[in-house]
Write a protein that binds this ligand. Structure first.
Ligand code: TRP
Length: 366
C-alpha cells in the first residue's frame, strides 16, 4: 500500500472508535478496535482505493463492515458490527479459512464458546460454496461487558433448494428442531418469495446463546410480515403495520425494493417455537436521501419513547458527508419484539468505498 493510503481496516476501526465514544462505550475501546481488526482478516490491510477487492455483500458499496446501534428503553446503546473476513487473495474458500483462523484467535481472547458453531459447521461450510457469502461475524459491544461474538452462516450455501433442509438440520442439532414447523407454517408461505437468508449463532455458553433464523420476504406487504411474526410466541405483531408505515414513509401494498426481512430468535426453553421476532426494513430503498431516512428514524424512536440524541451522535460519528448528499448510510431499521427485550436498531453503512447518490423524488421504490 502506498504511503498516505488508508486501509479498510484503518478506516473502519477509526469509525468504530468514534462510534463507541459517541454512545459512551469508552471503557475498552482498544480491545474492541483490535477485535474488529482481527475479525476483518488480512484482506482488510489493502487500501480502500485498491480495485481488486472482494465484493462483500455486507454493504451496498461492498465494504466488509456494517455498523449498527441497538436502543432500548432505559438501556445504554449496544454497538454491533457485521464483518466479512477476507483473505489476502480473497475467494470463497480462502475467506472462510481466514474466518476460521480469526475465530480460533478470538476464542482465546474474548468470551467465546464455539460448541454450537462446531455442531453445525459442516452443514454450512461445504468444500464448494455456491455463493460468495459463507461466513460473517457480528461483534457486539456494550458498556461494562466483555465483547461478544456472533456468526452468520448462509442457508443457501449449498443452493436455494437445499436451504430448508439445512436450516431444519441445524435447528435440530442446536436443540430447536421443533420450531422449524412454526417457521414453515408462518414465514415461508410464498414459494420463491420467502427465502432463508441467515442462520446465526451467539458464540456464548449454551444457556445464554441464541440461535436466529432470518427470512427475506420479496414483494411483501404488512400482512405477510404480520403472519411471519406469528411464528414466534408472545410477540405483539400489532406493532408491525405502524412500524412499516413510519419507516416506509407511506402505505406500501408491497415493499418492491429490497426485501423486508424477519428474524426469529430461539433461546433456551423455546421448545416448540421461537420467542423473539425482529423486522428489518431496508429503509434505504424507500427514501430519497439519508436526511429523509434520519427523520423517519427519529419518528420511530419518538414513538417508542427512545432518546434520539444518542442516535444522532452515533450517526454523526459514522457519516463522512452531509445526509442529503447520498442514500444508504442508514441501511436498515429494525423493530425487536419479544425475548430477550424489545427495542429499535439502526444499521449504518461505513461507506468506506463509495456513496450512493440521492434519488429524485420520483424514483423511490414502490
Ligand atoms: N447488505 C445485505 C442486505 O441488505 C446484508 C445485510 C447487512 C442485512 N445488514 C443487514 C440484511 C441487516 C438484513 C438486515 O441484505
Amino acid at each position: 500500500m502506498a504511503a498516505g493510503e488508508v486501509s479498510i481496516r484503518d478506516f473502519t476501526t477509526s469509525q468504530l472508535t468514534g462510534l463507541l465514544h459517541s454512545v459512551g462505550i469508552g471503557d475498552n475501546i482498544a480491545d474492541c478496535v483490535s477485535l474488529l481488526a482481527d475479525a476483518l482478516g488480512p484482506g482488510a490491510l489493502r487500501s480502500i482505493s485498491d480495485p481488486i477487492r472482494w465484493a462483500s455483500g455486507v454493504a451496498d458499496d461492498h465494504s466488509p463492515v456494517e455498523f449498527s446501534t441497538a436502543f432500548g428503553i432505559g438501556e445504554r446503546p449496544v454497538v454491533r458490527m457485521i464483518v466479512e473476513p477476507t483473505a489476502n487473495t480473497p475467494s470463497r474458500q480462502d475467506n472462510t479459512a481466514a474466518a476460521l483462523r480469526a475465530l480460533r484467535r478470538m476464542a482465546r481472547r474474548a468470551d467465546v464458546d464455539t460448541s454450537r458453531f462446531d455442531a453445525v459447521a459442516d452443514l454450512f461450510l461445504p468444500e464448494h460454496p455456491e455463493q460468495d457469502f459463507v461466513f460473517w461475524y457480528s461483534l457486539v459491544l456494550q458498556h461494562a461487558t466483555p465483547p461478544a461474538v456472533k456468526v452468520y452462516l448462509n442457508p443457501e450455501v449449498r443452493g436455494g433448494a437445499a436451504a430448508d433442509g439445512l436450516v431444519h438440520e441445524a435447528l435440530s442439532r442446536t436443540g430447536f428442531g421443533a420450531g422449524h414447523a412454526a417457521l414453515r407454517a408462518h414465514a415461508l408461505t410464498r414459494p420463491g418469495l420467502d427465502r432463508y437468508s441467515f442462520f446465526a449463532l451467539d458464540l456464548v455458553e449454551r444457556r445464554r446463546a441464541r440461535v436466529k433464523v432470518y427470512v427475506s420476504h420479496d414483494l411483501a406487504g404488512v400482512a405477510d410480515v404480520t403472519r411471519a411474526a406469528q411464528a414466534a410466541t408472545g410477540v405483539d405483531s400489532d406493532r408491525l403495520p405502524d412500524f412499516c408505515l413510519l419507516t416506509g414513509g407511506r402505505e406500501h401494498p408491497t415493499f418492491g425494493g429490497r426485501p423486508l426481512v424477519s428474524s426469529f430468535t430461539f433461546m433456551d426453553g423455546d421448545d416448540t417455537a421461537p420467542s423473539g421476532y425482529s423486522l428489518y426494513v431496508p429503509i434505504r430503498d424507500y427514501v430519497n436521501d439519508d436526511a429523509e431516512a434520519r427523520a423517519r428514524v427519529l419518528a420511530v424512536m419518538a414513538k417508542y419513547g427512545l432518546d434520539a440524541t444518542q442516535f444522532d451522535r452515533a450517526l454523526d460519528s459514522i457519516a463522512q458527508r452531509p445526509l442529503d448528499e447520498g442514500v444508504g448510510l442508514i441501511a436498515h431499521v429494525s423493530l425487536r419484539m419479544g425475548r430477550p427485550r424489545p427495542g429499535i436498531s439502526v444499521y449504518l453503512s461505513s461507506e468506506a468505498y463509495s456513496t450512493t447518490a440521492p434519488r429524485s423524488a420520483t424514483s423511490v421504490a414502490v
